[in-house]
Structure formats: C-alpha cells, structure tokens
Design a binder for this molecule. Structure first.
Ligand code: NAD
Ligand code: UDX
Length: 482
C-alpha cells in the first residue's frame, strides 16, 4: 500500500464523522470546478476530502464523463482515487452537468478544461487551442450573478489570465471577477500522492488589495492540508510561465538521458551506470533520468510546443530552437527504437507477430495520450507486422487510438497469451507486473529466435539472455546469440 493510500484509509473514519456533522451545517464555501478530467476530478476530490466544511461541485459538458464519476466505474484509473471519491461523493463532493447552476452558486470557480495543441489555422501543431477555455470564460461571465474568484487550473500560455480578465469584464458590469493562476503539478499514476503531499502549491495574482484578498482565500483552502511554506505566491505571469517551464525542464532531463543512451549503444557504455554516476551529483539529482522509449503523456509535448510558440512570438528564436530540441530528441528516440527492432530482426518485420507489453504512456494509468506506443504500433504495422497488445489498464484507450489499423491488431489481457507465438516482445510501459512474469514459460511459447526489446530497462537482461532470448535494452549493448 502506498503511504498516501494508508494515510487516506486511516483518515477516512475521522473524516466521515466530520462530514456527517458537516451535512447538518451550512458549508463554509461553495467551490466549483469546470472540467471533470484527469486534473479536475482528482484535484477537487482531494479538496473535498481534506475540507469537509466546503461544498465542491465538478461540472463538465460531457454527460458520459459525469455519469462515470457518479458510478462505481470512475472514468480514470488512478491509485487511491476511488477511496477518496467514495469518502466524499454525495456528501460534500458532487458531479453534475448543470454548469449554469454551478456557476451561479459558486464563489470560487476552478477552470480545468483541456488546452490541447491547436490543430488548425495560425500556430497549428504548436500553440495552445484555447477554444474550450474561452467558451468557459464566456459562460462564467454570462451566468454569474455575484462576485467570483476564477482560478486558472488548466495549463495556459503566459498572459492568458489577462485575456480571461478582459472576457470576464466585458458585458457583465454587475459582477466583479478576481482571476488567479494556480497551475497543477500532479503526475498521472501518482496523482493522489502528489495532491495530498505536493512539493509546492503555486498561486499567481495581481498585487492589488482586492487581488491579494482573493489570493488569501485560495491560500486558506490549500492550507487545510498543505504547509504554508509550501504554498508560494507570485505575480500572475510568473505563475503561468512556471508551469510551462517546469514541464519543459522535466522533459529536458528525459531527452538529455535518452540522447546519451544513443551514444551508450554505440560505445558499450551502460546508460544505467551513467545515469547513476550523473544523478549522484547533488546539483543534478537522480530523478527523471530513466532512459526510455521516449516520454509520452498529454502534457510534456503540448506544453513545450506552447513554450516554443511563445518564444517565437516574442522573436526569441534561439530560445525556441533550444526547447524544440527536447521534442526532436524524443521523436528521434521513438524512431530509433523501431529501427533497432527492424535491424535486429533481419531487416524485415513483414508477417511477424510482435507483442507489445504495455500501451499506457507510463505505469499506473490507463491514459494513452501521446503514448510512445501509438507511434511504435503504427510504425510496426507500416512494416507489415501483426501486433498483439497487452496492458492491464489501457486496452480500451488503445482500441480507440488504433481504430484505423485494427485489422492488424489483437488485444489480450493475459501477457502469456499475448506473447505466445510471437517473434518479439517490446516492453513499452514499465508496469511492475512485467518484471515478475515467468519468462522461461514465455520463451518456450515464442517463435525462435526470440527477441525482447526492453523500452523501459525494467527486465533482468542477463537472465533473459541465459534463457535464450536476444535482448535489446535502451542505452546498453545488446545481448545476442548470433
Ligand atoms: P481532460 O481532457 O482529461 O479534461 C478536460 C475536461 O474538460 C473534459 O472532460 C472536457 O469535456 C471538459 N470541458 C471542455 N470544455 C468544457 C466546457 N466548455 N465546459 C465544461 N467542461 C468542458 O484534460 P486534463 O488532463 O484534466 O487537463 C486539463 C488541464 O490541466 C489542461 O490544461 C492540462 O494541460 C492541465 N494539466 C494536466 C495534467 C495531467 O496530468 N493530465 C497535469 C497538470 C496540468
Ligand atoms: C507530467 C509532470 O511530471 C507533472 O508535474 C505535470 O503536472 C504533468 O506532466 P505526467 O505526464 O503525468 O506528468 O507523468 P510523468 O511522470 O512526468 O511522465 C511523463 C513521461 O515521461 C512518461 O511517458 C514517463 O514514462 C516518461 N519518463 C519519466 C521517462 O521516460 N523517464 C523518466 O525518468 C521519467
């Protein structure tokens, strides 16, 4: 059991008592979140969980999503989330499609709608698509009948809060809006732990007396469970930019180690040993130095491209080129992985059965947005391979992502069945369960020569080699029998 889950279970009994009492009293604050996605759902569940004195409502335009949040089958898989939601739902946590009513009743509105990369018009493929965010801003303006604190939770380009203020202040002079920036730093798979014990909470605001008062309301909400020293306050633009820059720095570490992994493969250096040697320098630190098949997820690529777009907009082309390189190396790493497979397997994959262990962009989530698995599966099918994909949580999303090439893919829950009869296994997600499989049994069931491409370096490569596998890790010399 992860510590956050243990803490949550211990606290639940006490909390239920408080909520029972809470149901008798008037809630101290009425909080709304627009957008019931990966961020809105867990974030609001944590606020409701930690603050039984507040009423928290999460709304979304997608009725199916809301139905799932109200069901026993939550729309996202996240360790510890179910316990938190079940402890508060229908007590002080509500999921609804009635956005108008939500806006009217709330005094604090978090906006957590999606801000994907724009796929059309100016800035296509780079800039953030702000259409969902702008619709929300207009809806808040049109429905509000009393003053609101509007909190940007979505990741947005610098100066978006200025646009938000302009939209909110037009045509509704009955109501005053305070806009705050409060970017979210949770990572999927560890969202509950991150929310319960964040490294920091960042709140950006103007410096006027009124804005500082609004900021204090948000500080007070978080300080129900987060130490005051961890709640940092900045101006609005620093807050917005810090979120983009933080993701760029994290992704840059992965691209740095992945770039070195390519050199390791040419020189017989071992990326694990190199990463340890680098990471033991306390100025560098050891986190986010795991070489991999490439980073995925809904945030890194989108946010870096957004940063690159902003830099170009301000004429900072050298800065833009620098950060764009992080995405270029990530694409290169995914390309390299497929090319290594092709080279190792005698330059033809046509008609070969290849089994993908994992499709989620990382372990402990069912999310497949920007997963390296999507690119790799498409490239392998392009080479006329037949794919079998297994993943404990992500098969439903994989089916949607690869719908157009479904005739070349079989989806199986059981990794043993998935590997049976295949020429190669490619480990794409670092699920713990893949470490402990009976690889003797798997080897016996595969075509020979049998290959393993470990895109996450989670397996015992020497042991697999001794069993008969040809083993291709990332950033280490391959172990082959020919
Ligand atoms: P998501 O796609 O999972 O959820 C967004 C939700 O907003 C969807 O359910 C959508 O139906 C809803 N929505 C869109 N327009 C709406 C409208 N006008 N009214 C009501 N609902 C509307 O996205 P997400 O992953 O939760 O990300 C939300 C924001 O948070 C993004 O800006 C993202 O960059 C940022 N963020 C995400 C993560 C993450 O790990 N996913 C982490 C930090 C920050
Ligand atoms: C990221 C940020 O970590 C989080 O702070 C932000 O709020 C949202 O974006 P997320 O994308 O959910 O979170 O997961 P993260 O753990 O950062 O992993 C992103 C990708 O990088 C995954 O594909 C992961 O497998 C990969 N990764 C991570 C590596 O390849 N090597 C590493 O050392 C770490």
């Amino acid at each position: 059991m992860i510590p956050a889950e243990a803490g949550i279970q211990n606290a639940t009994a006490q909390r239920n008592n408080d909520v029972e009492k809470g149901s008798m009293m008037k809630f101290e604050r009425n909080i709304l979140c627009i957008g019931a996605g990966y961020v809105g759902g867990p974030t609001m569940a944590m606020i409701a969980y930690k603050c039984p004195q507040y009423r928290v409502t999460v709304v979304d335009i997608n009725p199916e999503r809301i139905r799932q949040w109200n069901s026993s089958n939550l729309p996202i898989f996240e360790p510890g989330l179910e316990e938190v939601v079940l402890a508060c739902r229908e007590k002080n946590l509500f999921f609804s499609t009635d956005i108008e009513k939500g806006i009217k009743e709330a005094e604090i509105i978090f906006v957590s709608v999606n801000t994907p990369t724009k796929s059309f018009g100016a800035g296509a493929g780079m800039a953030a698509d702000l259409q969902y965010w702008e619709k929300t801003a207009r809806q808040i303006r049109d429905c509000a009948e009393s003053p609101k604190i509007v909190v940007e939770k979505s990741t947005l380009p610098v100066k978006t809060s200025l646009a938000m203020e302009r939209i909110l202040s037009g045509e509704n002079d009955r109501v005053y809006f305070d806009v705050l920036s409060n970017p979210e730093f949770l990572a999927e798979g560890t969202a509950i732990k991150d929310l319960e014990n964040p490294d920091r909470v960042l709140i950006g605001s103007h410096e006027t007396k009124r804005a500082l008062k609004a900021r204090e309301v948000l500080v007070e909400i978080y300080s129900n469970w987060v130490d005051r020293e961890k709640i940092i306050t900045t101006n609005l633009w620093s807050s917005e930019l810090s979120k983009l820059a933080a993701n760029a720095f994290l992704a840059q570490r992965i691209s740095s180690i992945n770039a070195i992994s390519a050199l390791c493969e040419k020189t017989d250096a071992d990326i694990g040993e190199v990463a340890t040697a680098i990471g033991m320098d306390s100025r560098v630190g050891d986190k986010f130095l795991r070489a991999s098949v490439g980073f995925g997820g809904s945030c890194f690529k989108k946010d870096i491209l957004n940063l690159v777009y902003l830099c170009r907009y301000y004429g900072l082309n050298e800065v833009a080129d620098y950060w764009e390189g992080v995405v270029r190396i990530n694409d290169y790493q995914k390309d390299r992985f497929v090319l290594n497979m092709l080279n190792a397997m005698f330059n033809t994959l046509a008609g070969k059965r290849i089994c993908l262990f994992g499709f989620a962009f990382k372990a402990n989530t069912g999310d497949t947005r920007e997963s390296p698995g999507i690119f790799i599966a498409r490239e392998l099918v392009e080479e006329q391979a037949e794919l079998v994909i297994t993943d404990p949580e992500a098969l439903e999303n994989a089916r949607v992502d690869l719908k157009d090439i479904e005739q070349h893919i079989t989806y199986l829950d059981d990794p043993y069945e998935a590997a049976e009869g295949s020429h190669a296994i490619a480990v794409l997600t670092e699920w713990e369960l893949y470490r402990d499989l009976d690889y003797e049994r798997i080897y016996q069931s595969m075509m020979k020569p049998a290959f393993i491409f470990d895109g996450r370096n989670i397996l015992d490569h020497r042991r697999l080699f001794a069993m008969g596998f040809n083993v291709f890790p990332i950033g280490k010399a391959p172990l082959t029998h020919f």
